[in-house]
Design a protein around this ligand. Structure first.
Ligand code: GLN
Length: 494
């Protein structure tokens, strides 16, 4: 079905005007999910065809009653399993939340529902969104559709793969240090992390609260813009949600980027040795920069000197916040049911079996350590100071340029298993996404020229806080001239 592989905006318009029914779209998507078999099982943690079809039917009924349909009418959307959903279990990729059924929808989820989107299911992810490869999920890894022996990136691996494989039209993920942009880059789709405060996190299982943001994955930039328009905006349920107007983000796609000043951090493309930047990634990004010049943008050399401290800073701040946020999972209130008939020994045994995985434990320990009385100043206070310096790098940069461009990930998707025994190696893969997270500014990953072996590479564009419209204008213009335009993984089920 052509509409299923076309743009999100076209699909929603077709459902709105009755060219196709929401149920036909849902059935076609469900057929793909079942045809994908084991691959879909790895990508989705929860699919319920009847639930999806009922939601689609409700959209069609609404239209039949003569009511106007919303901006995402009939669009099949998958949700990272970190988002609370009232009609589906929410595990956050963890055994400790097995069997948890939230009594409410996350605000972003409720807004998608109100816009007449149709949910395909809950998507696999690294446990508690901790990871860069999706190998930390308690429910098994997700495979990259471009090469099933490789990782999809993380932590929103399932969200990226569902879009890349056509098993959802768009998805939501969460990005604390790169978990939307990096898997989008490794899977060849668009992924957008909004400004901190743009999208309510109410109902998102918390990882590191000063960093977490919800954002969309889509096949094209306009699709991501449409989803952002729906989920953005003030929400009284999240104290960090900022009351700012939601702009016409779809309209921003299609504006001429001519005259935009694009900052190119000298440190990013030069320091191949330090950042582990692969030559293919470097070549692809250099080609992308020339394409931006071809669109009438001016390249401005800039400096981001504190980027080299971003990994250390992030892994202190994020683990500190995680150790505090995860204290609520004490094995009593969530997951394992307290059974009065069971003796204590058996109850705690069950809790242990269903407890946290190794990476989550490592982070709780590290976070507790950096917050402990004897080490607080040496690690936590210090990290907050460096975070300020990183933020100032951005302030200085945005005095000289409108958007910063560079690689999203220093590497293409790596083989499954390659970094699982070396957490530090895994953390270093986040070097280019962490700075924008620490500064709270928006970033997007757009597919650029693939590697020589045909693996996706993402161009990361970062703008100043609240400048998503500008970011989308440039991303959309680049998408039209990108050598990745129209490329899809060949091995996917059809
Ligand atoms: N890879 C980073 C981490 O492991 C970022 C994760 C995220 O953005 N949720 O913490």
């Amino acid at each position: 079905m052509d509409l299923l592989d076309g743009s999100l905006v076209t699909l929603a318009d077709a459902v709105r005007d009755g060219t196709i029914s929401a149920l036909e779209v849902a059935d076609a998507t469900l057929a793909r999910i079942s045809a994908a078999g084991a691959d879909a099982t790895g990508t989705y943690l929860d699919v319920d065809a009847e639930r999806t079809r009922a939601q689609a039917r409700a959209v069609d009924d609404k239209r039949a009653r003569g009511e106007a349909l919303g901006a995402l009418a009939g669009v099949p959307i998958g949700l990272k399993d970190a988002l609370c959903t009232r009609d589906a279990r929410t595990t956050c990729g963890s055994k400790i939340l097995e069997g948890f059924r939230p009594p409410y929808d996350a605000t972003a989820v409720a807004r998608l529902r109100a816009a007449d989107a149709v949910f395909t299911g809950k998507l696999n992810m690294d446990e508690f969104a901790m990871g860069s490869s999706n190998e930390n999920s308690a429910y098994g890894p997700v495979k990259n559709p471009w090469d099933p022996t490789r990782v999809p990136g993380g932590s929103s691996g399932g969200s990226a793969v569902a879009v890349a494989s056509g098993l959802a039209h768009a998805t939501l993920g969460s990005d604390t240090g790169g978990s939307i942009r990096q898997p989008a880059a490794l899977c060849g789709v668009v992924g957008l992390k909004p400004t901190y405060g743009r999208v309510s996190r109410y109902g998102l299982v918390a990882f590191a609260s000063s960093l977490d943001q919800i954002g969309p994955f889509a096949r094209d930039v306009r699709g991501a813009a449409r989803v952002l328009e729906v989920i953005a905006g003030h929400d009284g349920h999240d104290a960090t949600s900022v009351p700012r107007p939601v702009e016409d983000f779809v309209g921003a796609c299609g504006r001429d980027p001519k005259g935009l000043r694009v900052g190119v951090p000298e440190e990013y493309l030069r320091a191949a040795g330090d950042s582990g930047l692969e030559p293919d990634v470097q070549a692809s990004i250099e080609q992308a920069l020339r394409a931006l010049e071809g669109l009438g943008c001016t390249l401005v050399p800039i400096h981001m000197p504190h980027t080299r401290h971003a990994v250390a800073t992030y892994y202190v701040v994020a683990t500190a916040e995680a150790s505090s946020n995860l204290a609520r999972f004490d094995g009593v209130r969530y997951g394992v049911r307290v059974d009065p008939g069971r003796d204590l020994e058996a109850m705690y045994g069950a809790t242990r079996d269903r407890g946290f995985g190794a990476e989550v434990k490592r982070r709780i320990l590290l976070g507790t350590y950096v917050l402990s009385a004897g080490y607080y100043d040496a690690y936590y206070t210090k990290a907050l100071k460096v975070r300020t310096l990183i933020r100032r790098d951005f302030e200085a940069a945005f005095a000289q340029c409108d958007v910063i461009a560079g690689p999203t990930s220093p590497q293409v998707a790596w083989p499954l298993g390659e970094k699982v025994d070396d957490p530090l190696k895994m953390y270093l893969a986040d070097v280019f996404t962490l700075p924008a997270s620490l500064a709270g500014v928006p970033g997007i990953s757009v597919p650029a020229a693939p590697s020589k072996t045909g693996l996706p590479i993402g161009l990361q564009l970062v703008a100043d806080a609240w400048q998503e419209a500008r970011l989308l204008t440039l991303a959309h213009a680049f998408e039209q001239v990108s050598p990745a335009k129209g490329l899809r993984p060949s091995a996917i089920a059809r």
